[in-house]
Design a binder for this molecule. Structure first.
Ligand code: WTA
Length: 649
């Protein structure tokens, strides 16, 4: 199988920061050998109204339940308890707008806002068990909406603002959201995005919505529908209310986050209150070792799991001060990130390989303009980091003093599962390796048949036992939960990644093994894009795949077969792109569309995306037997011939 990390073995390990091994190994060992003892202690990172009967109930696999009958409220832990300490007047969030505007909200102030919003939801008749959808830019009110819902036991689904009306409507409908919270607009790269208009279209398509709450964020004029739409600032005008936090069961739902998989329909990943909180708070502590007075900046979007777990829940549970920013990271100038670090004295920075590669391209001049000495730990997430980007991050940004915490995880895992644990001490880092499993994580590398592979061999990464951050399940779809994650390797959690363990025990993540691609760190299902294309009247069939891209990691390429009588020309390409942008949103728009006469399929009718990709990216000839599990070599050869013939024409 092809290697994806360049120059891996030639890098001298000792050149990089060497942590003493510390007690990581003993800690990890104990977490696996004495899980009850381990979690009985580490679940106390949060306060519980009443303690659990059992650390783990595994009587109905794979529906694992942690801290059964334990009662808690996440917002009590994120807010109220800090008010009893010196953290009362501490900044919870420092918000920076694209125009340079800033807002600082203390723990006391955030609790006021959350209570006022929770009260507004109660006034609208919402109660425990109901759902809301949040479709917001990166503003403080987005976090208030999440926490306000959690305070009264309402589960939320937050939809990334790069999704369009149809994608939003599908998610609203799947979870049955009664309220949508949005803003009059979002600022991004100097442009204004009319979120409210998209919500209006989505609400037309989804029948469950009774009310829309709109935050004033821009000067954009929006239409308010009488009796349905309410201004956030009006319904939260009374900021002096107290809403009693709902006593939630550890295994009640906290949120549903939709993510892409190997079919067109996004999966509603459900996370609970107890296990999830314990997991995100502990993993942030173990991996980044934040100190009381640190400033933490997770520069992800709140619409993805990274934002949920490490902008909102983990830092608030730990009582940290977080920077949160609206807009694009290279606008108005390519030094925006470095400027924010200097201006706010950021100590811990957490971003994506895509952002690092993009900022690296602007050269060293931009970071050199700023004093970055406050930085102590640098993190990355979302896709494998190539050693060249790792080195630049380490040397140019961290001045060879800051460890790189490469965190490997997924929407479904709740928080980090493989990552350096700087608090515990993990030994030397290797550029491009996420190093070792977090406490409680028991990974294994398997071949197609489920046989355990030895060191230095690429295979599928699976996890042998549950951990507290593992999702509760998929919304309304227990069968799909079982079949997607626990059937390829029975009894083990598997979710589509290749990996390898080297002879020193370090894990190397080697990309997706399924139909999911990572574009600028965003998780996208190629089949979702194919479905969107095929739903347009000109398209008969399509095959979508990711081609390597030096900045974005992968770029989306679509092969399209048009219907009879349709003229396949440049105008059609533009029309298809526009159609996808309007319905599904900008993040699903292909970078390239090519018209073809046929796309190769296996005899059972499965599109051979890997073969198409290999031919397109010039990886053929090579070992075709590894390209497609379900097709014979002869079939693949035939597919290659078809594609070649088409490209010769
Ligand atoms: C990929 C994002 C390599 C991986 C938190 C995974 C990574 C998918 C890393 C989940 C990493 C995430 N190194 N690959 N450090 N982190 N991935 O659900 O393929 O948006 O399965 O969660 O991102 O994407 P998701």
């Amino acid at each position: 199988m092809a290697e994806t990390n360049e120059n891996r073995s030639s890098l001298p390990v000792d050149e990089y920061i060497s942590h003493h091994r510390g007690n990581y190994e003993a800690f990890h060992k104990m977490s696996l050998e004495k899980p009850d003892e381990f979690w009985n202690e580490h679940a106390n990172i949060i306060d519980w109204y009443s303690k659990w009967d059992k650390v783990l109930d595994d009587s109905n696999p794979p529906f694992f339940r942690w801290f059964t009958n334990g009662k808690l409220n996440v917002t009590y832990n994120a807010l109220d308890r800090h008010l009893k300490s010196h953290r009362r007047n501490k900044a919870a969030f420092i918000w920076v707008g694209e125009s340079g505007k800033e807002k600082i909200v203390t723990y006391h102030g955030l609790l006021k806002r959350v209570n006022a919003f929770a009260k507004a939801l109660q006034d609208a008749g919402l109660k425990k068990g109901d759902k809301i959808a949040i479709y917001m830019p990166m503003i403080i009110e987005a976090t208030v909406a999440m926490l306000g819902a959690a305070r009264i036991g309402v589960a939320f689904t937050l939809v990334f603002s790069g999704f369009g009306a149809n994608a939003l409507a599908d998610r609203i409908t799947d979870c049955g959201a009664k309220i949508v919270v949005t803003a009059d607009g979002a600022n991004r790269g100097g442009k204004l995005i009319d979120l409210k208009k998209i919500v209006d279209e989505a609400v037309e398509l989804a029948s469950t919505v009774e009310e829309v709450i709109v935050v004033r964020n821009t000067e954009n004029k929006v239409e308010m529908v009488e009796g349905r739409d309410y201004w956030y600032h009006e319904i939260t005008a009374d900021q002096n209310v107290f809403v009693e936090p709902e006593r939630m069961d550890s295994n009640d739902a906290l949120f549903i986050l939709y993510t892409s998989g190997t079919t067109g329909k996004p999966k509603g990943v459900v996370h609970g209150n107890g296990g999830y909180s314990v997991w995100v708070a502990n993993t942030l502590k173990w991996a980044f070792n934040p100190q009381e007075d640190d400033r933490w900046w997770c520069a992800a979007d709140i619409g993805w799991v990274t934002g949920h777990s490490y902008i909102v829940f983990a830092p608030l549970l730990l009582g940290l001060t977080s920077v949160i920013y609206e807009g694009a990271i290279n606008y108005p100038e390519p030094d925006r990130m470095w400027d924010i670090i200097e201006r706010y004295g950021v100590n811990l920075l957490y971003t994506s390989p895509t952002a690092i590669r993009m900022l690296m391209r602007y050269g060293d001049l931009y970071p050199a303009k700023h004093d970055l000495d406050s930085l102590r730990v640098l993190g990355t997430v979302g896709e494998p980091i190539n050693p060249a980007a790792w080195q630049w991050y380490f040397k140019t940004i961290g001045k060879s003093r800051c460890p790189i915490v490469d965190t490997y995880w997924q929407t479904e895992t709740g928080g980090f599962i493989i990552s350096p644990a700087t608090q515990l001490g993990v030994g030397s880092l290797k550029p491009g390796s996420a190093t070792f499993p977090m406490p409680g994580i028991d990974p294994v590398i398997l071949d197609e048949a489920g046989k355990e592979l030895g060191d230095n061999t690429k295979g599928f990464i699976a996890i042998k036992r549950p951990w507290p951050g593992l999702m509760l399940g998929l919304n309304n779809d227990p069968e799909r939960y079982k079949s997607v994650y626990f059937s390829k390797f029975p009894g083990k959690y598997y979710n589509g990644d290749y990996a390898m363990r080297d002879s020193d025990g370090y894990y190397w993540l080697l990309g997706r093994a399924d139909e999911v691609i990572k574009v600028s760190g965003h998780r996208i299902g190629t089949i979702e894009i194919e479905d969107a294309l095929v739903s347009m009247k000109e398209v008969a069939e399509s095959a979508v795949f990711g081609k390597p891209d030096a900045v974005k990691g992968e770029a989306v390429v679509a092969f399209v077969i048009t219907k009879e009588g349709v003229t396949a020309d440049k105008a059609l390409i533009e029309k298809l792109k526009k159609g996808i942008r309007e319905t599904m949103g900008p993040i699903l728009v292909p970078d390239e569309i090519h018209f073809v006469k046929a796309v190769p399929k296996t005899r059972s009718g499965k599109i051979m995306r890997r073969v198409v990709k290999a031919v397109y990216t010039g990886q053929i000839p090579g070992d075709v037997s590894t390209l497609e599990n379900e097709a014979s070599v002869a079939e693949i050869q035939e597919a290659i011939n078809i594609l070649r013939k088409q490209s010769e024409k």
